[in-house]
Unconditional design. Structure first.
Length: 128
């Protein structure tokens, strides 16, 4: 039989080890937690992606839709909720119109469950 006096020191000794296990704290954000992200959108051959937005559509967890403007060099950054997403481009400002977007390959214009990313923060590697 374990008495409470023995259990308390045992819990205090084991707690740091339990918290270090995957999914129990550490570097993995909880679903629904806001994280900083950044990345670069690879432009399709012969097309400019400046002025478009990168739209993240949630596909699971507590993810929330968000979009980031894409700069002239194709980069984006900001905060979003950790979770699973698909992604695609949407018109932004200037010459980035819906009509111009129609000339992009379909992968750039539509999200797909075949193309998902698990967002945990940091640099995102996008593939179209």
């Amino acid at each position: 039989m374990i008495r409470n006096r023995t259990l308390v020191p045992l819990v205090a000794v084991l707690a740091p080890f339990v918290l270090a296990l995957p999914g129990c704290g550490g570097d993995v954000p909880a679903s629904g937690e806001t994280v900083e992200v950044s990345g670069k959108v690879p432009a399709p051959a012969g097309k400019s992606i400046a002025g478009y937005n990168l739209f993240f559509q949630p596909t699971g967890g507590k993810a929330q839709q968000v979009q980031f403007p894409i700069t002239a060099d194709g980069s984006f950054s900001g905060k979003m909720v950790a979770g699973t997403y698909t992604y695609y481009l949407t018109p932004g400002k200037g010459s980035a119109t819906e009509k111009a977007l129609e000339a992009f390959p379909e992968a750039y214009r539509k999200g797909s469950l075949d193309r998902q990313i698990d967002v945990k923060g940091g640099a995102l590697e996008l593939k179209f």
